[in-house]
Design a protein around this ligand. Sequence first.
Ligand code: ADP
Length: 190
Amino acid sequence: MTRHFLIFGPPAAGKGTQAHSLKEHLSVPHVSTGDMFRANIQGGTDLGKEVQSLLASGTLVPDSLTNRLVADRLHQTDVAEGVLLDGFPRNVPQAAWLDGFLAGKGTKLSGVVVLTVPDEELKARLKGRAEKESRADDADPAVIERRIATYKEQSEPCIAYYEGQGEVPLYFVDGVGSIEEVAERIRAAV
Ligand code: ADP
């Protein structure tokens, strides 16, 4: 049995932070599309140049680019038995693409962890993260609003997509609390 999991939730829900302990628990590598895009920007690659302004403005990268990046990563041997995807899928077409990709490999998703955090808490966290990590997309209140709106319009419908499909267990976890409290809730859920 392969173990392909998603950690899903709005910006600053704690996906990246929680992915680090969940990947240990599941014994699978962690793959974050946001981290991969930022590494490309940092490294000055062609892809990085192409996506830099999109990330800075809180806009989604086009599916064609994102899906190709994910396909390249998921073809590598370290993720043959499973992966914890973070930041992907971010819209229903990406979710459908992922289903097709995994089906092509004779596998499918094993579970989706959905972190839930109220909007006001998200905004406070994004502001705090801007001060600590100097991420261009966290600094500007208008960009923060756009990212939360993008989540609601494009990403959140993935939950209904998976619910409608009835194929994969969804684990809703309260993302408010200390890092360790939330990690414990996630481990208890999956
Ligand atoms: P957060 O943790 O705040 O949700 P991420 O690090 O996951 O942020 O993503 C940062 C940015 O990278 C997004 O705002 C978007 O521009 C881009 N990005 C990441 N994943 C995807 C994706 N699956 N599809 C399109 N764009 C993406």
